[in-house]
Design a protein around this ligand. Sequence first.
Ligand SMILES: [Zn+2]
Length: 298
Amino acid sequence: MSQTRCIYCQSQNFVKNGNYRRVSDNRKFQRYRCSHCHKSFSEQAFKPDYRLRRRNLDLLIFRLLAGGMAQREIARTVGICRKSVACRVIRFGEYAKVKLKSYRDQMPKADLVLFDEMETFEHTKCKPLTMPIAVEEKTRKILSFSVGKIAAKGPLAKISRRKYGPRRCERKELLDKLIKELKTCCSQSPTIKTDLSHHYPSIIKSGWQGKAVHKTSKGRRGAVTGQGEMKKGGYDQLFFLNHTYAMIRDKIKCLSRKTWCTVKKIQKFECWVYIYVHFHNQRVEGRDRPTLIYPQLM
Ligand SMILES: [Zn+2]
């Protein structure tokens, strides 16, 4: 068992205490009793599908979540309650986050990484969000991402302040987190490609103490295809990044443009993106039918 603490009191002293067979699939699981608080629990308590009843639907739900379907539509299609879908988004999103971190720790060090920010909004365009995403050019895998608030720009800025008050910009913290995560999986002096945004040169320079090579290219107008993320005309320096962005917009329902299915809570949305990232990284490996995360775990 990878987790070595009691789920109630976090004590490390617990002993084996029989086993049980799960009703839904007749599999056998070990039970434990804590020597400190005397409560008992099973090895299943550490798994993402703890106390879920319709485990046979999990893989289907996850393929649908990472295939551009809205949560309510999944609930209707599969024939379960919408809260059951929402609960799975959080549990498996958090799990996919752990998997992404372990991938970063194990992967061969990356030499060429592209990153940029994608923008969306929570509930209304007056409350915009930014999503810095980093992609390795060689493998096209997503290495890191995060979601946070930014202030509204242009004509909406005034309306936003009037209706919702001042909005804190979290861009700096998000970019710092991205660089910190990239440093764990990049070589000593990687090449980083970005657009011409003035936010990037200083953080790249300080992140790798000037050893990283920073290449920039001018952003171009979006084409209609690829959800506006693919660029018009000629060779695109950031093609692998923009193509990944187009895939993300297409495969996560609330990110597609001109949709009425919007982000409601940032934490839940982040979990959903982690689920997509898990599937995306399996897909670019050539696995057409991505597998669900937990069976090969623990
Ligand atoms: Zn205990």
